[in-house]
Design a protein around this ligand. Structure first.
Ligand SMILES: C[S@@+](CC[C@H](N)C(=O)[O-])C[C@H]1O[C@@H](n2cnc3c(N)ncnc32)[C@H](O)[C@@H]1O
Length: 293
């Protein structure tokens, strides 16, 4: 069941600065990521905040970033570099869940070469358009971007070798469905490498803030629950292969990056709880495999 924002406000307590709308969480996430892509000032903001530096700090190498259009880096909203933990090889078919402006799809396209293929799925039309423009700039002909939801992946059963995803599944209101869909579309023996946010218990006011959800914090699960959800979908060899924990100001930075302006209400919540969120939000890289038999 899709979580709905309450009619009394955008989130319980009406604290997240969103209009009273009764929209679903997914609709709000889509609206926000669509506005981000349309935000003319974002490139400037990205430069000022040293986006390239941040991208390198979360695991991308200078050399690989130089090989792809700058636009894909400026509009990247990930929390790690999933491909740096995945042994994707020439000829593989790779699927990126929530591909955004395409950073990981473009990088994967170089690894799989002309015999392989990379498919990016994203529910936000504007992201898909931006990603297609970036693929065109790169001149890659082994890439397909497809608008769709990761809870209903528009692909055939057992059709891909690798699934990657970067800071997306935390945004889904139905993570169980996402992992069961990922399991369905992977070939037997196929592999998955997810970079995502997990949290320890956070104050209710943050968990209830839709803007904190959009900013990849409020919707995030506890690490153990996240791994259990993957295992219950049928995956084996589920393990965390990388992890870094954020300090409070980095959490704020992440929420700021994912909105066209951090609302005052979210600032207030942050100031009130910064000691409690310090060290409780982490980026993990999770590996999992679909059994062969
Ligand atoms: C934080 S951004 C990450 C984008 C990209 N992976 C990256 O590293 O730059 C989240 C992306 O996931 C997409 N998204 C969120 N929920 C989704 C869902 N349920 N189905 C498909 N796409 C979704 C958003 O449109 C957005 O482009």
């Amino acid at each position: 069941m899709e979580k709905k924002s309450k009619n009394t406000g955008c989130c319980s307590g009406g604290s997240c600065g969103m209009p009273m709308s009764g929209k679903t969480v997914k609709e709000i996430v889509k609206e926000q990521y669509s506005s981000l892509v349309k935000d003319e000032g974002l490139k400037e903001k990205a430069k000022k905040k040293g986006k390239s530096e941040y991208t390198k700090a979360i695991g991308y190498k200078d050399d690989e970033l130089k090989e792809i259009p700058m636009d894909a880096v400026e509009y990247a909203f990930g929390c790690g570099n999933p491909l740096s933990y995945a042994q994707v090889k020439e000829g593989d078919i790779v699927l990126d869940l929530g591909s955004g402006a395409g950073i990981d799809v473009l990088l994967a396209s170089k690894k799989v070469g002309r015999k392989g293929k990379v498919i990016g799925i994203d529910m936000t039309q504007e992201m898909i358009e931006k990603a297609r423009a970036n693929a065109e700039r790169l001149g890659a002909d082994n890439i397909e971007f497809c608008q769709g939801e990761i809870e209903n992946i528009p692909r055939e059963n057992e059709s891909v070798d690798w699934i990657i995803s970067n800071c997306v599944i935390n945004l889904s209101p139905d993570k169980k469905k996402v992992f069961s869909e990922a399991f369905r579309v992977l070939k037997p023996g196929g592999k998955m490498l997810i970079s995502d946010i997990v949290t320890e218990d956070l104050p209710e006011e943050i968990k209830n803030s839709l803007m904190a959800w959009v900013g990849c914090v409020a919707g995030a699960m506890r690490e153990k629950d996240y791994l259990d959800t993957i295992k219950k979908a049928g995956f084996k060899n589920v393990r965390v292969v990388g992890k870094f924990t954020f300090e409070a100001d980095a959490v704020k930075g992440m929420m700021e990056d994912c909105s066209t302006g951090i609302p005052d209400s979210l600032n207030e919540i942050y100031n009130k709880y910064k000691d409690e969120i310090n060290g409780k939000v982490a980026s993990i890289k999770v590996f999992a495999e679909k059994p062969i038999g």
